[in-house]
Design a protein around this ligand. Structure first.
Ligand code: SF4
Length: 419
């Protein structure tokens, strides 16, 4: 399988079939002063006005060679020793992940944040909502640093707190109160959401879920309520609820820009799960046609896709599951198994390199990486580490206490609900 660098160069040359903007191949600081997600996987998404801006990376880091940055990062890490822990998400590029002390998905990294209480700082090589979660779960004196503040998540940004509160008001008015001991509706947010939305769930009897525990969390919610409001990812909500036997007809979509989310009152009354109209720009690119092509080219191929993919793609695959599920399935596979994987390219390529006894390829040969995570370049990592050596914390992500306290309630409900 070709490297991610090769893929990005092809994107830069306008590779046929790629839906990424060619500018993805440019250096990330090209976009430091331009508000937006930058080109690539999220090019069509709208950056909220409140999203943090990175500002321009100092020249010395822009002009340093990769070898020089490597030496500077390793030297700063050595100087800082146990004072700093670098967390790296599975979707992070290799040039950055190689410095991570702990690598995992957003849930594993959130847990890791609780397990290094002696470190002064956690440098989170992921995206903004992950750094927020780490800040809420880490100790009071610990700083969480996001090397590039422009590393947001377009899916998380698709549900803002004002829209969610407006939706909740409409649903509460419509459903009224119930007298059978069950709440009329329970809010469930995917981990990929802002701290403010996790806090909203904590305040309103709700809970957080991940792609690993979404079924368990929905069961928790249905033990306490008649319906679920699931946000921001419609696909994870729909795929999980469908696998639990809930009909697609009982899962209306909520468009935050329309009264009653664009639904009629009877449709919402009959709903089991109200799905927020959000999606992941990376995972929505996978198609049934790609699965058909993989099966034609590799008879016997095992197709696994992430549950953030559209329902028809999950239905056409052999299995669906979180990054953790995909990694474990690959680890356990007999020699010479062939896998077609529908998830972010950096993870798929790494899995392929780590398992030479297997054939592993990405369902989409020119899939865009997660463009926001890709904005963390070694230059930004070197900058935040060297500032810390100099006694300055830059790019700290701090969630206020009035948000942290209720958000932790929703996170702790999730931890308690996990089997
Ligand atoms: S892969 Fe999708 S959901 Fe994950 S951080 Fe990137 S945009 Fe967000």
């Amino acid at each position: 399988m070709s490297s991610v660098d090769t893929t990005i160069k092809l994107i830069g040359q306008g590779a046929p079939g790629s839906t990424c903007a060619p500018g993805l191949a440019d250096e990330p600081w090209t976009f430091d002063s331009i508000p937006g997600y930058g080109p690539g996987a999220s090019q069509g998404d709208v950056l909220p006005a409140s999203a943090p801006r990175q500002g321009v990376l100092p020249d010395e880091y822009q002009h340093a060679s990769i070898d020089e940055l490597d030496a500077r990062i390793l030297s700063a890490k050595e100087t800082l020793g146990d004072r700093v822990v670098i967390l790296g998400h599975f979707y992070q590029r290799d040039e950055v992940i190689k410095y991570a002390d702990i690598v995992g998905d957003s849930f594993q990294l959130a847990r890791a944040a609780t397990q290094r209480p002696d470190a002064e700082a956690l440098v989170f090589c992921g995206v903004h909502f992950m750094a927020e979660t780490a800040d809420m779960l880490s100790g009071d004196g610990q700083a969480v640093i996001l090397p590039n503040l422009a590393a947001g998540c377009s899916m998380a940004d698709m549900a803002n707190i004002d829209q969610v509160e407006d939706c909740w008001e409409q649903l509460e008015e419509l459903f009224g109160t119930s007298d059978d001991g069950l709440a009329p509706i329970i809010p469930v947010t995917y981990m990929n959401s802002s701290a403010a939305i996790k806090a909203f769930c904590g305040r309103n009897g709700g809970i957080v879920c991940t792609s690993s525990n979404a079924k368990t969390v929905l069961e928790w919610a249905f033990a306490r309520g008649r319906r679920v409001l699931f946000f921001p990812d419609q696909h994870l909500g729909r795929n999980t609820a469908k696998a639990m036997g809930i009909s697609v007809d009982e899962m209306p979509l909520w468009n935050p820009n329309k009264p009653l989310g664009g639904n009629t009152a009877p449709v919402l009354q009959a709903a089991k799960v109200v799905l927020w109209q959000g999606f992941c720009s990376v995972h929505k690119r996978f198609t049934v046609a790609q699965i058909e092509q993989a099966r034609a080219a590799h008879p016997g191929v095992r197709v696994i896709v992430h549950p953030e993919c559209p329902m028809e793609v999950v239905d056409a695959a052999d299995e669906s599951g979180s990054t953790d599920y995909i990694s474990k399935a690959i680890d356990a596979a007999p020699n010479r198994t062939t896998f077609a994987i529908g998830t972010e390219i950096n993870l798929v390529r790494r899995l392929s390199n780590d398992h030479p006894r297997l054939t592993i390829f990405c369902l989409d040969p020119v899939v865009c990486p997660c463009s926001t995570m890709y904005r963390i370049h070694p230059g930004y990592l070197a900058w935040v580490l060297e500032r810390m050596v100099a006694g300055e914390i830059v790019n700290q992500i701090s969630v206020p206490d009035d948000v942290t306290v209720p958000a932790r309630v929703a996170l702790e409900r999730m931890l308690a609900a996990t089997p």
